[in-house]
Every structure is written in C-alpha cells, then in structure tokens.
Ligand binder design. Structure first.
Ligand SMILES: *[C@@H]1O[C@H](CO)[C@@H](O)[C@H](O)[C@H]1NC(C)=O
Ligand SMILES: *[C@@H]1O[C@H](CO)[C@@H](O)[C@H](O)[C@H]1NC(C)=O
Ligand SMILES: *[C@@H]1O[C@H](CO)[C@@H](O)[C@H](O)[C@H]1NC(C)=O
Ligand SMILES: *[C@@H]1O[C@H](CO)[C@@H](O)[C@H](O)[C@H]1NC(C)=O
Ligand SMILES: *[C@@H]1O[C@H](CO)[C@@H](O)[C@H](O)[C@H]1NC(C)=O
Ligand SMILES: *[C@@H]1O[C@H](CO)[C@@H](O)[C@H](O)[C@H]1NC(C)=O
Length: 492
C-alpha cells in the first residue's frame, strides 16, 4: 500500500515502541494515547491502507504444465489486479515487544487475464486460448508488529514482523469455462495465493517505511509566534502500558538563546475513566518557560500614555495625592512606565490556576519633550486564570485578584500609596489585563499532528500540572499538504 496513505498521520505520533527503557531526560509535556485513541488510529490506518492498496497489481505468473498426451502447456496469468479488499475485523494490541495490528477475515477480489498455448505433436500447429477470470481470496489474515523508539529527538518506526496469510482462494473463469480450463487455472491457486501474500506484505513494509519517514520528518518545534516556539523533541522512548502509550516531549517554550532553568519532570497523565482518546499533560513549567521567554525578549514593558480618563495623566489630578509632584511640575502631562521586574510565575493546583507578577511602575513627567522619572512603585500583582481549549490551541484569560504596592524610590517625597491604589487599579484593569488577555486568548498550539483536531476537550487541573483530556477527529486527508516519499497520486 502506499502507505502513505496510511495515515498514521497519527495523532501524536503514536504508535509503538520497543523497550521501555525510560531515559532520564526531562519532560514537561506528556501525551497519552488510550486504547480508544489507538483504536481510532488503527481504524483510520486500516481504511487508509485499503484505499491506498487498491488497485494493486500482482506480477504475472508463467508456468509450464505437463498434461498427459498433450505434453507441455505454457500458461500465463497476467494483469492480476486486486480491485476490492474488505477487512471484516481488526484490532490493535500493545504487546511487550511493540504494537501489533491484526486484520482478520479479510477478503479480496482480483481480476486476471489468462492465456495458454501448446504445440501438438501432430503437427506444427500452435493451439492457444485466452480469457479472463475472477479470483476470490477469503479468510486472509494480515498482521503487523511495529516498534517505535525515540531517535535523536524524533521517532523511529520499525517493522519487526509483517505477515499476510491466505487461507482460501477460489478462481472462476468467466464465460462457462470447461473443466479443462478450470483444472488448469486451479493449478495456479497456490502461486496466486503466495503472490498475493508477498505483494501485500511488501506493500505494507513499504508503507511502514514511508510512515517512518513521515514520523522522522515531523518538526521538532511548533512555532507559536515570531518570538517563540514549542520544543516538541521526544525525550524518551514511548512508554507502553497495558492499554495506553505515553509519549514524553520536552514541551517548553523555546527560542534559540533561551536559558533553560527548569528542572523537574511530570507525573503521569490522568484522565478520569480513561475514556478519552488522548490526554496531554503540561507541567506548570511549560507556562513558566513561556513567561520567561517573553520576559527575556523584553516584551513585557508598557508605556501608558492613554487611559480612559485622560485627566489622570496630568499632575493637576495628582495635586492632592502627591503634592510635591504638582509643586515641582504643575499641570504637566505624565505617563506611566510599567515593566515586569521578573518573569511572571505560574502556579497550578487542583483548585486554581494563577500567576504572580512583579512589576515596577515608574511615574514619568513629560516636560518640554523630556521624560523625567519621578517615582517608582513596586507592584506584586496576583491574577487568576481560566483555561480553555479552542481548536487545537490552549488559551485562556486572566483576571485581577489583588495587588500590593511598595515605594521603591521617589524624587517627590513620600507617596501615600493608599491614595494611589484606585489609579493603579484602573491602570492594571484597563491596560495590563486586556493586554495579557489579548495574548492569552489565542493561546498556543498543543502538540497534535496535523489533520487531527481535538473534540470535546476537557481540562483537569492537578498539583503543578494541567491535563487536556480529549477525543480527536481526523480531517479529510485531501486537505493535508502532507507528502510522503513514495506516495502516488491515487492515494489522496
Ligand atoms: C487489466 O485489468 C484491468 C482491471 O480488471 C482492466 O481494466 C484492463 O483492461 C486489463 N488490461 C488488459 C491489458 O487486459
Ligand atoms: C468480492 O468477493 C466476495 C466474495 O468473496 C463477493 O461477495 C463480492 O460480491 C465480490 N465483490 C465484487 C465487487 O465482485
Ligand atoms: C474455500 O472456499 C470454497 C468456496 O468458497 C469452499 O467450498 C471451501 O470449503 C473453502 N475451504 C476452506 C478450507 O475454507
Ligand atoms: C490489562 O488490562 C486488562 C483489562 O483492562 C486486565 O484484565 C489485565 O489484567 C491487565 N494486564 C496487566 C498486565 O495489567
Ligand atoms: C529541546 O528539548 C531537548 C530535550 O529536552 C533539548 O535537548 C534541546 O536543547 C531543546 N531545544 C531547544 C532549542 O531548546
Ligand atoms: C521604563 O522603566 C524601565 C525601568 O523600570 C527603564 O529601564 C526603561 O528605560 C523605561 N522606559 C522608558 C521608555 O522610559
């Protein structure tokens, strides 16, 4: 088959593996494919395999048959074509040595041309005849055993075993064939059966190697925006359990120069009831790596020079709040320069997703084209978040829970911070929160292979990690721009 086709465009590169040799690499995101998920992928795979296998040409067979009195007859069976293939039942099973996919009760229908000729001993007259025949193959068993390992951060799929066994084959000549022809053609049964077996097995192994190329060509990073990407490098071999496979990936936000400061690993993916096809667990450090990345990229600074109530940004309005300010700079416009003083810290617990943000708020006076910083207030802002899955993205929103202030320095005397409280609150609510929500709304992509979409996703928070439990759907492959090496036009 042009396995390509084979869709294994899996979910997450699921599949199979070899040894449960769990290496020590850190992983901050893990993806669990449950038995339901495996079944989904298997069905997809079987359908893709059938679609891409048909029509399948089987090499011509030539044979000399000895018939008493007549002598040697040369018979050729050509244009053997499998044009229909039905799989009665199939299953996928996780074994100790990998993943096994078995299709049983498979039937296939073939058409063929036959031709024979012989020269009689009566004279130099060649006698020949030809026609077409239809062939039914029944009770065919097809089995694949696959191994999957991580390989330099990617996945390597290997075929450990591939078998195709034909149980029963019947050949019917079309157009009222005589016993003579039927007897002759029956002599080909075994050879046709064997040929079907090897041709299908070859197609499958070709398919597995195409699929392997596909898996190896999967990107090691998923771009999030111009500044960030998600590192989706595999950090260990897939972990095989009784009825699930877990893939561990790095999962952190990355940018070439980012320093890695995180040091811990995830606990296992838990979806209630194990009924969803897929569970993707993200450690809170995934969010913290995003925060650190954007912090280091200096995207976390805002000059606030417009607020809903513009009079707030004039020293006249601050006259009673900071008398010295007004005295020094009467009726001057102001702006507020807010910058984070450390990366936001995300905390996840069973009840709560939250972030603590440390920020400096510098009060600037604008005088004669100059920006004069006059005071700086340290803020500790506490926000709580709500997470949401939209498409294949994990996004969310934050709201302000509370904040505290302290004076860092001032050129305009001591400030009465409690008087500033409402102004700072307004600034946080109207500038900071909407800015954060703008960015959080779209979120970032979850590591899901193209073509698959999450459905009925559910988010579960636990101590220091969140898990997205979801079913998946598969989009029409014709919309995929995926191209595999050996794919042929007919496959999509
Ligand atoms: C080969 O078989 C196909 C499908 O049965 C048929 O359409 C085609 O005409 C055949 N070719 C020859 C040369 O007989
Ligand atoms: C294929 O063969 C099966 C029997 O094995 C038969 O029931 C079915 O009708 C055949 N399909 C076609 C299209 O000839
Ligand atoms: C093979 O198929 C033929 C015709 O469909 C049937 O009569 C025969 O019993 C089958 N043999 C086996 C071993 O299933
Ligand atoms: C695997 O799971 C099945 C049913 O879910 C159970 O019957 C079986 O004992 C389990 N095997 C192991 C080795 O845990
Ligand atoms: C991605 O993760 C792998 C495994 O943790 C790590 O070795 C690699 O350096 C990371 N890549 C980047 C660009 O951070
Ligand atoms: C804003 O304040 C930070 C320090 O808190 C300073 O480094 C930065 O230059 C200021 N930006 C502007 C435009 O004044």
């Amino acid at each position: 088959m042009d396995v390509v086709g084979w869709c294994f465009f899996f979910l997450l590169l699921p599949s199979f593996f070899f040894l449960p040799s769990h290496t020590q690499s850190e992983s901050f995101t893990s993806i669990l494919v449950s038995q339901n998920g495996l079944d989904f992928v298997k069905d997809l795979l079987v359908n893709k395999a059938i679609a891409s296998i048909i029509p399948l040409q089987i090499p011509r067979i030539e044979k000399s048959v000895r018939i008493p009195f007549l002598g040697g007859i040369d018979v050729v069976v050509s244009n053997l074509t499998i044009y229909e293939l039905d799989v009665a039942s199939s299953y996928v099973k996780l074994g100790e040595t990998g993943v096994v996919i078995v299709a049983s009760g498979t039937t296939c229908n073939l058409s063929m041309n036959w031709h024979y000729s012989y020269t009689t001993w009566l004279g130099p007259i060649e006698i020949s005849d030809q026609g077409i025949a239809s062939v039914q193959v029944e009770g065919m068993e097809i089995g694949l055993s696959l191994g999957l390992q991580s390989d330099e951060g990617g996945l390597k799929l290997s075929l450990s075993e591939c078998g195709c066994h034909v149980k029963n084959i019947s050949i019917e000549l079309e157009g009222g064939a005589s016993w003579f022809y039927q007897g002759m053609v029956n002599a080909f049964k075994d050879q046709i059966g064997a040929s079907v077996e090897t041709t299908i097995a070859n197609k499958l192994s070709e398919g597995v190697s195409d699929l392997d190329s596909f898996l190896q060509s999967l990107p090691k990073e998923i771009p999030v925006d111009d500044n960030a990407a998600l590192n989706v490098t595999f950090t260990s071999d897939p972990i095989l359990r009784n009825s699930s496979i877990t893939f561990e990936i790095d999962g952190l936000f990355t940018k070439t120069e980012t320093n890695r400061v995180f040091r811990k690993s995830l606990s296992s993916v838990i979806c209630p009831g194990n009924s969803k096809m897929l569970g993707i667990s993200l450690d809170e450090d995934v969010f913290n790596s995003a925060a650190a990345l954007y912090y280091n990229a200096e995207y976390m600074q805002w000059i606030v020079d417009k607020v809903p109530e513009q009079s707030l940004l004039n020293t006249a309005r601050w006259r009673f709040i900071i008398p010295q300010l007004y005295k020094k700079y009467p009726n001057q416009d102001m702006n507020l320069n807010i910058s984070l003083s450390s990366p936001p810290l995300v905390k996840i617990s069973e009840q709560y997703v939250g972030a603590n943000v440390d920020a400096d708020l510098v009060i600037d006076v604008l005088e004669a084209g100059q920006v004069i910083p006059v005071a700086c207030i340290s803020l500790v802002i506490r926000g709580s978040g709500a997470l949401r899955v939209t498409g294949n993205n994990l996004g969310g929103s934050v709201k302000l829970e509370d904040f505290s202030m302290s004076l860092k320095w001032s050129n305009v005397g001591n400030l009465h911070l409690h008087l500033l409280q409402p102004i700072v609150w307004t600034v946080i609510q109207t500038v900071f929160v909407p800015y954060a929500n703008d960015h959080l709304e779209k979120g970032f992509p979850l590591p899901v292979i193209r073509g698959f979409t999450l459905e009925n996703a559910q988010i579960i928070c636990s101590s220091s990690q969140i898990t997205v439990c979801s079913d998946v759907a598969y989009l029409d492959p014709s919309q995929l721009r995926l191209r595999l090496p050996r794919s042929t036009p007919k496959s999509f």
